[in-house]
Structures are given as C-alpha cells and as structure tokens.
Design a binder for this molecule. Structure first.
Ligand code: ADP
Ligand code: MG
Length: 715
C-alpha cells in the first residue's frame, strides 16, 4: 500500500509532468503508476525494417519508409495553396497539410489534417524522416494520412525493438505531444518505477495449475516483448487473470446472495397449474419442460429466484411464463408480467387468457391507454388480491399500483427496462418477489456469462415442432416489381406481409428509404380496393399504434408497413412474408428477430432483404450469413465479433457493465469459459476465500476493480 502511494504521482515520470499527468487522468483514467502499467498496447508493429517507397504495393499493412521532404504545402478547404504572409500563417484557414517526400525509389505524399501547427515547422524541405503508417490509395497513388514521424538524425537513442506496442490514445493526448512513441517512452519509465512495487495477484497454486507466468514478467513483456513467445505468455496470463477475477467476483456475489436473500417459499404446484397443463393444445417441448422444472425448483427453494430465460423467437417462452405464474398462484401469490410496449402487453394478455380460460384465474391488463375508470377498478381488484396475474407496460410500476401479495415478476425483453424502473417494481413487495427475465435476444454465451454471471440462466434451445424454416433471400432495387407481384400472390392466397424500414431521422443525409415515403409507395403499388395497408411507427400515439396493429393482427390489413417497433414479440401467425428495406442498416441479431415474426402459422414463409446495390464487404458477409442460417446464437456470436460486444443489440444504451482491459468477450470466449470453470473450482474448495492460500485473491477482489456496475442486476 505504502509503496503504491509513494509512486502514485505519475507526473514525476520521465516525459510526463503535471500537464500530461492531468491529461492521462482525464483521457485514459490513469491516476497512478500502477494504473498506467495496466494500460496495454492494443497492437504491435514490427518496425525493424524500412522499405523503399516503390515497394509499397498495398494498403493492407503498416509500412516504414525513410525519405526526405521535397515540398511542404498548406491548403485551405477549397484546395488553394496558402502562402504564409510575413512568415505568419493563419492556421485557422488551413485544412490540409501536404508533404511530398522522396527516397531513391520514388515519391509519396504525406497528408495531415490535424496537429499542423506543430508539424509545419518540423517538416520542412531537405529534412529526412522515418515515416511509419498505413498507406492509403488516393487518386491512383499511395499516400499516408497522419503517419508517425521519427527523426533519424536525433541521435540513435534506443535500437528499434522488433515489436513495438501501440497504445490507445486520444486526440487531446496527441495534441499534447503524447504520441504512440512518447507513450512508449513514458511506459518504459513507468515500468522501471512501478514494477518493483507490483505484487503478484494470483496465488502460486493457481499459476502452477494453470501454467501462468508471474505478473512481473507478464507486465514487462506485454509492454516490451522479448519475442513472440514471451508476448504470447504475457497475454495469456493477463487475459486469464482478468477473466478469472471477473468470474470469481460474479460467482461470489451470486453465492452471497443465494445465502442471504430469502425468497417466498412456494412449495405447491396448485390446481390451476395442473388444469392448464392438462388442457394444453400441444405437448411441451423437452426444453420447455426442463426450464419449467428449473423454475419450479427455484421457487420452491425458499430462496429468491433470479433467473434469465433465453429462447429464440417462437421457442415458446409465453407458455413458460404462464405456468410459472400459475405456480405463484397456487401458493397464494400474484404475478406481474411486464412487456416493453403496449402492443406486446395486449398481445400477451390475449394469449394468456386463452390458456387460462378454464382455470378461474383472473387476469388483467394495465397500460398507458387504460381508461381511468377501468384502471381504478383493476387497481382495486389487484389490491384486494382478486386479480391473480396482471400484464402490462411501464404503467405497472407507477406508485398507485399496489399488490396484495406480489410473488413473481416476469419481465419480457428485459433490456428495455432500466435498473431504476426495476427497483420501483421490487419495492412493491415486502419479501423480494421471484424474478424471471425473458429475452429473445440470443445473447452469446460469453456475453451472458458476464452480463448475467450472477444469475441463473435457462435456455430453451428447441423449437416447437412444425415450424417451417423461413426462406431468406436478398434482392436489389430493380427486382422490386417482382417482389410486389409475389406479395400480391400471397395476399390473394389469404396471407399477410410485413414491410420494415430502418429507423431514421428526417435530417439524416444518407438516402435510405424511410417509412413515410415507403408507405406512400406501397399504397400506390397496392391500391385500395382491394389492398389494405396499415402503418405503425414510433411517432404515432400509443392508441394509433394499437389501432393499426390490431387491424393487421385481425386480418383487416394485408400489409403492415412499420419501423422496428414490431421487432419484439409481435405474433401474427397468418403473416408469411417479411420484407426488410435497407437490411444493411440493421444488426444481424435484429434482422433475425424481425425474420422470426414470420414462419409461425404453417405453410412456407419468406424473408426478403431489399438491399442496396453497393454493399461493403462486411455487410455482404452479414447478409449472406443471415440467408444461410436460422440459428440465432450463431448470428449473435457473429454480430458480436463483427461489431464488438458493446454494440450488441440491447446493450447499446447501457454500455457494458465492466470494461475489460485486455481480454475480449467476442474473441476470448474459450478462455472465459475456462476462467469461469476454474473460478468455480476455487470457490468450491474455499467459498469464503478464507484459506491462507487464497489471501491474494481476496485482496485483489477487495480493490473493487471487478465489481460490476448495476446493469443486469435485477433485484
Ligand atoms: P416466444 O415468446 O418464445 O417468441 P411464443 O411463446 O410466442 O414464443 O410461442 C410461439 C408460438 O409457438 C405460439 O403460437 C405458441 O402457441 C406456439 N407454441 C409454444 N409452445 C409450443 C409447443 N410446445 N408446441 C407447439 N407450439 C407451441
Ligand atoms: Mg414472446
């Protein structure tokens, strides 16, 4: 501790000083030397060789060239050359700084848009530099934008290491002169100052059992690798450490909670459950049965249930919710089922009352559009305990909603509910109700382990029989008439179609077809009579949305034009065509959700992607993948790899609950599982981490670094 305090002032490091120290704090969150040495390079470059300009052949790899400045030109926004007047330059007017450089083999342009004030006096004709960067192709020639610049004349300081780490940086840092290179130098002195004070975080037995190098070695080599193999060992050790502590922390929270938090014991199944079960119009899938058993065990245990139920669209989560609610009912408790939208709440309600027709359980629905008188009545019946199950939207968490005996809260599509809203719901009951969160977003295992590491997870990994795969095809604009012809055939056969547009804003420059113009076009192509087209979008009032949705659900409209409001849950079995406009604008998981809206009512169904003519390589890959698989988990994994976990559907708003500094949830899934399994082993041997051999683990956890923000904590 004292050693840390002594060295915590990074401003005294060589090359830092008070100003940069402040910046490192505000930009990278670095407050001490030990923080600093835990900032790792995000990639490494081999700068041991310099190539001739003429040998630059591709934009794929970083290159290093040694060349002299031939000319240095300042240009304004219009591309006119700016001449310094009386040696004065109006840097405000400068847009671009173009530097032509040459070696024996050829010429190349270096381009700068930023830091020009500082670069201009430096990059003057006649001087020779080493330029390092990624070539780009412009006007048929290679250039480099913002290369890194080294002055070979500045005395050979340190030999170029064969692998140089590149550190994360920000514009402010670069403007303050903390370039990648300066950062490397700062890091060297940070290591010198900080390493002696670094104490090992992992017990010796862990390092032995998992074959890990010591922390000191790992830190030294992650920053300044001796060679490839040292780097690999360092990386492995640091990634494992990070994931292991993360899982250790999550599992301990779960353990502590399951020991402390009493839940309402629900030993009975009850008559209503049995009646409903016996009257089911189909037999449950094995996956549904298994999940219901898991839930039943939880509810009976006397501990509070905290369970996440994952199941692809159409896997039959509603039935699981209904049976769980009936278990609560059989034990004299009420259940609330919360849906993210009015439309979904009403739809749940309609489905649920069908299942419960013969059970005598009273079900109510409460949303923002429930009329005052009806609302008053429902609230009374809820408070008196007559209503056994209440379905609704956010309206359910309002303070005037009082339960007689809330025993179970089911949240559908949890990511639309904030933590604060959830805690208001829990406040409605003296003992915390059992919690079941249902999501159709197939969260990749690795992400689920981290987001919900302290929850129990149930997965419905089996579809009800009889689902016909949805045929997914891509078409381009000129095939539109053909598509309309096809839709007319389907409508003539009594079926219905969705057309979904990406959500966009009026002022957005990108020319995507939006829902308003789309609607007009569709109405022209499908004139009334005989065609009826409904539209649903986010700008409508809840009443309008409901009206239009209902019209479509009841078959009064043939086509529903909408934005992604219909993404979750909406069930219109008769619809068998899903047209998605500008699919390249959607995430893979989101496309999959949309596709899941069709294929529910028997017969063949189609998902038609009307894509742009020009697609990026990545978009093309994504759409091809969507066409080739219906496995939501495969798509979610892929989405995460391509876009990064922070950008997964449903996590955008909240961000990830923990920031990883070296491991990646998308790429290190295997290691994460391994770290979790090992954390389980460690906790099994010593649940309190009270054995002397685990002292280091406890000390590390107490630092709080691995405590998760509140995301996903649902009680
Ligand atoms: P989810 O909410 O998981 O997307 P739903 O609960 O809405 O899925 O179920 C989708 C459809 O499948 C519904 O029409 C439902 O009646 C039907 N279904 C559910 N379970 C089964 C089953 N075991 N066998 C046949 N059909 C089922
Ligand atoms: Mg559902």
């Amino acid at each position: 501790m004292s050693a840390d305090a002594n060295i915590s002032d990074i401003q005294y490091l060589k090359g830092v000083g008070p100003k940069r120290a402040l910046l490192l704090g505000s930009e990278l969150g670095v407050k001490s030397v030990s923080d600093l040495i835990r900032i790792y390079p995000f990639r490494y470059v081999d700068r041991s060789s310099v190539i001739p300009i003429a040998a630059v052949r591709s934009t794929a790899a970083m290159v290093q060239i040694r060349a002299g400045v031939v000319s240095a030109t300042l240009l304004d926004r219009a591309g006119s050359v700016l001449e310094p007047a009386d040696g004065q330059i109006r840097f405000n007017a400068v847009h671009r700084f173009s530097v032509m450089v040459a070696d024996e083999s050829g010429m190349m342009e270096m381009v700068f848009f930023k830091g020009i004030k500082y670069l201009w006096p430096k990059l003057q004709p006649g001087k020779v530099f080493i330029f390092f960067g990624k070539p780009s192709l412009y006007g048929g020639r290679f250039n480099m934008v913002h290369p890194e610049i080294d002055d070979p004349g500045a005395g050979v300081t340190q030999p170029m290491a064969s692998m140089t780490g590149i550190y994360p940086s920000t514009e402010k840092l670069r403007n303050a002169g903390v370039t990648a290179k300066v950062m490397g130098r700062i890091m060297a002195s940070a290591l010198e100052a900080g390493l002696p004070a670094v104490s090992e975080t992992l017990p010796d037995y862990v390092m032995r059992e998992k074959g890990l190098v010591p922390l000191g070695y790992a830190l030294r080599n992650i920053h300044f690798p001796q060679d490839q193999s040292a780097l690999a060992k360092a990386e492995y050790r640091l990634k494992f450490e990070e994931l292991f502590f993360l899982q250790l922390s999550l599992l301990r929270q779960k353990y502590v909670r399951s020991r402390n938090e009493r839940g309402i014991p629900m030993p009975n199944v009850g008559e209503a459950f049995n009646k409903c079960y016996a009257a089911l119009p189909y037999s449950l899938t094995n996956a549904q049965k298994r999940v219901i058993r898991e839930i039943r065990e939880d509810m009976r245990s006397g501990k509070q249930m905290n369970r996440l139920l994952q199941g692809d669209v159409g896997s039959g989560k509603t039935m699981v919710a209904v049976l769980s609610a009936l278990i609560a009912y059989g034990n004299g408790c009420q259940t609330c089922i919360m849906a993210p939208t009015e439309v979904l709440a009403r739809q749940h309600y309609t489905n649920i009352i069908k299942y419960l027709r013969d059970t005598g359980v009273e079900v109510a629905v409460l949303t923002g559009t429930t009329k005052a008188r009806e609302r008053r009545e429902i609230l009374e019946r809820l408070a008196s305990g007559q209503v056994g199950i209440i379905v609704g939207t956010h309206a359910l968490i309002e303070d005037n909603v009082v339960f007689r005996n809330l025993g179970l809260a089911i949240i559908d599509e949890q990511h639309r509910f904030g933590v604060e809203q959830r805690s208001r719901l829990w406040a409605k009951s003296a003992i915390p109700p059992h919690i079941l969160v249902m999501t159709a977003t197939p969260i990749p295992r690795t992400l689920a382990m981290t987001l919900y590491g302290d929850l129990d997870v149930s997965v419905i990994d089996e579809m009800p029989p009889g689902r016909v795969p949805v045929k997914t095809v891509q078409i381009v604009e000129r095939q539109r008439l053909e598509l309309y012809r096809f839709m007319k055939e389907q409508i003539a056969a009594g079926r219905q179609a969705f057309i979904v547009y990406p959500m966009i804003f009026e002022n957005e420059k990108v020319d995507y077809r939006n829902v308003e113009t789309g609607y007009e076009e569709i109405v022209q192509a499908f004139p009334f009579p005989p065609y009826k087209v409904a539209i649903v979008h986010g700008q409508q009032s809840d009443e309008d949305k409901k009206f239009n949705m209902d019209a479509f659900a009841a078959g009064r409209a043939d086509i529903l034009v909408s934005t992604t409001v219909i993404e979750v849950g909406v069930d219109v079995p008769n619809a068998n065509v899903m047209v998605i406009e500008s699919p390249e604008r959607f995430g893979l998981s989101q496309l999959h959700q949309l596709r899941g809206r069709v294929g529910r009512g028997g017969g063949a169904s189609w998902c038609v992607l009307v894509r742009g003519n020009k697609l990026s390589e990545e978009s093309r890959k994504r759409l091809d993948l969507l066409c080739s698989t219906e496995d939501g988990f495969v798509l979610a994994e892929e989405d995460m790899k391509m876009r990064g976990p922070g950008d997964m559907d449903g996590t955008q708003q909240s961000g990830l609950p923990i920031e990883l500094s070296i491991a990646s949830l998308a790429r290190d899934g295997r290691l994460l599982s391994e770290a979790r399994a090992y954390a389980e082993v460690v906790l099994e041997r010593d649940p309190e981490l009270s054995l002397p051999q685990n002292a280091r683990l406890l000390a590390e956890l107490r630092k709080g670094k691995y405590d998760r923000k509140d995301y996903g904590k649902i009680s």
